[in-house]
Design a protein around this ligand. Structure first.
Ligand code: ATP
Length: 442
């Protein structure tokens, strides 16, 4: 199904109206590109994270999980290079005082000057390095000794726990550590809805391999990660894998490729896959004095594993799923909006819709809901006409609607309606879970 071009404001409006994403602190006028995830957004974001965890941890036997602290010793960020290098080039417009990321500004083809995107002035300051880490103080005393940072990535938790995980999980390279959690970056120019925010969620794998196997596993993870998005319904022509140019590479990387998505404004990164070599384990070994290495009993050798890191953004990826799924078509002569989301990603898998609010239907509708709820996230809606309720479920991406009507009282059967084809079939309640399972494929 080819995805249709969708304007950002249509997605932003749908997210607000249907309860996916709200601007944070809206009653106070909002707060600097921060967002809250509403009743549907929280379900969908959780599904994105669960789908990642399922493919990275549950379905593999060479990856274990971790949930490290957001606040940690500043020594971690000193050793990792973040204190010195985790910066973006910041320029000020002397005319309107707006601040910009120098590498996001474009040269005006007319006169070759770089101009302020807000006021058009070319009177900009020289770029200076701006550290993106959020600084805070741990404890009641606000002095240099109590400075702490909110993590700007979940990685590093993986590296500083390398030995703990190695010793307790009985894994040996090649093996990985997966982590999902919040990260914080004091972005100079957040924007494009949840694409770039100062608080966001990441899904990161650090995969430790014998050094000579680095290039092989880098290729493996590039292919695996691209396939993940396609398997979950993003059309392949909206995705691409882009290898970084040598001058683009981070200081630690022996190779990086980004999974990019065709956002309404152009290609944008969903995930970076990097061959980080032994940079991190060696840096933490040097700074902590604790040897982060692997002793291979079979060959009686010690080595520092190389690391392949697929690092994805959960919140940014959720937005890509919404954009790719957004569609409009005509049903019964009327235009409808439909989110063609994969059942693993849609907020609800099933909507249970009694034809009327009459009490005679309530009991059996509740029975149907009770049968499905332990297996699937279900919505229950008995307001408005059935047609409007179908439209609402289409618009929030629910793949299946189960309608309970007056015949159900006689024949103990219900109607299943398919979101994409709008086709309806009659199914006995006794076989409902099996039928839903085979239609959803989950
Ligand atoms: P960018 O170049 O867009 O700033 P990055 O290359 O610094 O991103 P990484 O450090 O590789 O990003 O982070 C891995 C992933 O985390 C990104 O691909 C993205 O999905 C997500 N991510 C990073 N920064 C943000 C942010 N400010 N808001 C939302 N998601 C983010």
């Amino acid at each position: 199904m080819p995805a249709m071009a969708v304007e950002m404001d249509e997605i932003v409006r749908l997210c607000k109206q249907r309860g996916f994403v709200f601007p944070s602190a809206e009653i106070y006028g909002g707060f600097r590109s921060t967002y809250d995830y509403g009743p549907l957004g929280v379900l969908m974001l959780r599904n994105v994270k669960n789908a990642w965890w399922r493919s990275m941890v549950q379905l593999r036997h060479d990856v274990v999980g971790l949930d490290a602290a957001i606040l940690s010793s500043p020594k971690v960020w000193e050793a990792s290079g973040h204190l010195a290098n985790f910066t973006d080039p910041l320029v000020d417009c002397r005319s309107c005082k707006e601040r910009w990321r120098a590498d996001h500004l474009e040269v005006d083809p007319a006169d070759g000057k770089v101009r302020c995107p807000k006021c058009g002035s070319s009177d900009l300051t020289e770029a200076r390095a701006f550290n993106l880490m959020f600084k805070t103080h741990a404890g009641p005393v606000e002095d240099e000794g109590s400075v702490a940072y909110l993590r700007p990535e979940t990685a590093q938790g993986h590296f500083v726990n390398f030995l703990n995980v190695l010793q307790t999980s009985r894994k040996r390279p090649p093996f990985g550590i997966a982590q999902i959690g919040k990260s914080f970056r004091n972005e100079i120019t957040p924007g494009n809805f949840v694409f770039r925010t100062r608080e966001f969620e990441q899904m990161e794998l650090e995969f430790f391999v014998p050094p000579e196997e680095g290039p092989k596993w880098f290729e493996h993870w590039c292919a695996e990660r691209l396939a993940w998005y396609v398997d979950l319904g993003i059309p392949a022509d909206m995705l691409r894998l882009r290898a970084h140019e040598p001058e683009e590479l981070s200081h630690y990387s022996a190779g990086t490729s980004d999974v990019e998505f065709a956002f309404p404004w152009g290609w944008g990164e969903l995930e970076g896959i990097a061959n980080r070599t032994d940079f991190d384990l060696k840096a933490h070994t040097a700074a902590s004095g604790v040897k982060l290495e692997y002793f291979d009993q079979a060959t009686n050798t010690r080595y520092v594993p190389h690391v392949i890191e697929p690092a994805a953004g959960a919140t940014r990826t959720m937005m890509a799923f919404l954009l790719a799924a957004y569609d409009k078509d005509e049903v019964g002569g009327e235009e409808r909006t439909v989110l063609r989301l994969h059942p693993r990603i849609s907020p609800y898998q099933v909507a249970v819709l009694p034809l009327s609010k009459k009490e005679t239907l309530s009991a059996v509708a509740t029975e149907v809901l009770d049968v499905l709820s332990p297996q699937y996230m279900c919505d229950f809606d008995e307001t408005q006409s059935i047609g409007r309720r179908y439209r609402r479920q289409d618009e929030i991406g629910t793949p299946l609607a189960v309608t309970v009507d007056f015949d159900t009282l006689e024949d103990r059967a219900v109607t299943i309606r398919d979101r994409d084809s709008t086709e309806q079939v009659r199914v006995p309640i006794a076989g409902l879970v099996e039928e839903v399972r085979s239609r959803l494929g989950m």
